[in-house]
Design a protein around this ligand. Structure first.
Ligand SMILES: NC(=O)c1ccc[n+]([C@@H]2O[C@H](COP(=O)([O-])OP(=O)(O)OC[C@H]3O[C@@H](n4cnc5c(N)ncnc54)[C@H](OP(=O)(O)O)[C@@H]3O)[C@@H](O)[C@H]2O)c1
Length: 318
């Protein structure tokens, strides 16, 4: 096997860490770059990953997806690393906040970091990818939430209303509830459009797929401002709910499935699909995620919002 580099955003914890560990453990020919916003957490994870995978080729990269400046700096930092060619990108970093937050660029944080951040990061990094690469976006079954969890249906209208929701900063109940589902829907729309543009506009044979890890209670995904009792009870409640809606996952198990999409031969030609946990056969997304016009519109409007320049990526931005 040729030496290859795989970047994993948010690889310092949870699903991203498990994915990194699984890929690194497969062969020392894999170099792993964990792209993280917190240097100390990244260095700690790097140390543990080297020990647990017995692979010394683990690097860190500074990346805050909540800042387009940080994302562009991260690209420049990546160019200084002396590592094998870039082969894979796992867009894993994510959160689901209760409070309303905004990115450095003034975008609503969930849409801003999870969709716009990964959109910009992957577009920049495409310039560094050779032939036969693989990109996976971690989405969620929450792109199409069951009514028991969220009474609203996520539907893409335009990027502006997601980037700057609400009136005078006041979000409606619907806008609040749909922040995370919409970001995860946008991840799938982005997968579809990126896959189509790569096929149409390049001969690189880079695949792009989406992944659902299921509801994982062994990661740090818990709302940050939960109190101690809520923190203890929430995983049990979430676990029960996940069983009811048949979406139980775990970081340890889903980390294997996610890693396989990057490493295993059977996925080498598969693109524009949505995989569920450790299942090798792709599943259907929501109808809203299959809307090609929405995907095209999201692409063009996202490029405008992050000010993506034609010479920053290998794909068209119009
Ligand atoms: N847990 C679930 O039940 C579940 C279900 C479906 C989908 N997912 C998705 O799975 C992915 C991984 O989540 P997880 O459960 O493993 O949660 P996690 O343990 O909290 O990991 C999330 C990672 O994302 C990083 N991150 C957050 N904001 C970032 C930013 N602005 N820039 C760069 N990195 C950032 C975190 O960094 P810090 O350590 O610095 O915070 C952390 O490394 C997410 O995309 C999530 O939406 C999770």
């Amino acid at each position: 096997m040729n030496q290859k580099t795989v970047i994993i955003t948010g690889g310092n914890s949870g699903l991203g860490y498990q994915c990194a560990k699984n890929i690194a453990s497969k062969s020392k020919d894999y170099t792993i770059v964990i792209a993280c916003r917190n240097k100390n957490k990244a260095l700690n994870a790097q140390k543990n990953l080297k020990k647990e995978s017995n692979n010394p080729n683990i690097y860190t990269l500074s990346l805050d997806l909540s800042s387009t400046e940080s994302i562009r700096k991260s690209y420049d930092e990546f160019l200084t690393l002396e590592i094998p060619p870039l082969y894979g990108i796992v867009c894993n970093a994510g959160f689901n906040r209760q409070q309303v937050e905004y990115t450095e660029d003034g975008f609503e944080a969930t849409f801003g970091a999870l969709h716009l951040g990964h959109f910009l990061f992957t577009n920049l990094m495409l310039k560094q990818m050779g032939h036969n690469g693989r990109i996976v976006f971690v989405s969620s079954d929450m792109h199409n939430p069951p009514k028991i969890v969220c009474k609203y249906t996520p539907e893409f209208h335009n990027a502006e209303e997601l980037a700057h929701p609400g009136i005078n900063g006041e979000l409606s109940d619907k806008e609040l509830a749909l922040r995370y589902p919409m970001a995860k829907l946008c991840n799938i729309l982005c997968v579809n459009e990126m896959s189509d543009r790569l096929k149409k506009e390049t001969d690189k044979n880079i695949t792009v797929n989406a992944f659902n890890p299921g509801l994982m209670t062994d990661t740090n995904f818990m709302p940050e401002n939960s109190n101690i009792i809520a923190k203890k009870l929430l995983p049990h409640f979430a676990s029960l709910l996940a069983r009811i809606i048949k979406q139980k996952g775990s970081g340890v198990e889903s980390g294997k499935g996610l890693a396989n999409l990057i490493t295993e031969k059977q996925f080498e030609r598969i693109t524009r699909k949505y995989f569920d946990r450790n299942n090798e056969t792709p599943i259907e997304t929501s109808l809203q995620a299959q809307d090609n016009e929405a995907a095209r519109k999201l692409w063009v409007e996202s490029a405008e919002l992050v000010n993506l320049k034609e010479n920053e990526t290998i794909l068209s931005i119009k």
